[in-house]
Design a protein around this ligand. Structure first.
Ligand code: AMP
Length: 186
């Protein structure tokens, strides 16, 4: 978990490679639907462009089969999901049904100033439609309102590990691996 620009995508991909598990990045899945012009893509494009969240129902429908399949194949790292309390509760219900549970929730913690600078840089490099100044500020606001409360939820379940994600990619990756090593000794 982490705000936009905290490095979820980069760190998720590195982690999946190191651990040999699947990286399920909701934003990437949604962008692929938009690019392919599917009916789901057409439904979500404007909302993503505005920096708002897609409805919990649509996200749960998209995620449930992917997660349950990955769970049967040795595990997964979720990137960008859950993002609301409702998504977290419904993910837990699905996990309970399949008798699986999250091992760890990693929060990539970065100061708002650093985030804005990173997102502005990414806008130049990747050309993401939702990296405009206006959308960035909306996405940060949505994160504060809808997603930050999940930190308490996962803290309460004893799953949360906070990692300082303001350094460069390899430092953050090392810190993430250390947090996992502490919680899940080999
Ligand atoms: P991301 O690539 O994770 O920054 O996600 C890009 C956009 O996809 C977000 O700004 C939302 O519009 C949408 N999105 C991604 N994950 C979720 C989620 N779990 N719930 C609702 N909308 C999401």
């Amino acid at each position: 978990m982490g705000p936009p620009g905290s490095g979820k995508g980069t760190q998720g991909a590195l982690l999946a490679k190191d651990l040999g598990i699947e990286h399920i990045a909701v934003g990437d899945l949604l962008r692929a639907e938009v690019d392919a012009g599917t009916s789901l893509g057409r439904q979500v494009a404007a909302t993503m462009q505005a920096g708002d969240l897609i409805s919990d129902d649509l996200i749960t429908e998209l995620m449930a089969p992917k997660v349950t399949k990955a769970a049967q194949n040795g595990g997964y790292i979720l990137d960008g999901f859950p993002r609301t309390l409702m998504q977290a509760v419904s993910a837990r219900q699905t996990a309970d049904e399949f008798n699986v549970d999250a091992d760890i929730v990693i929060w990539l913690d970065v100061s708002p100033q650093a985030l804005i600078a990173r997102l502005a840089g990414r806008a130049g490099e990747q050309g993401r439609a939702d990296d405009t100044a206006e959308t960035i500020s909306r996405r940060l606001q949505v994160y504060e309102e809808a997603t930050r409360p999940l930190l308490d939820y996962y803290q309460g379940r004893g799953l949360l590990a906070t990692v300082d994600a303001s350094g460069d990619t390899s430092d953050v990756h090392a810190a993430v691996m250390a947090a996992i090593g502490q919680r899940l000794p080999a």
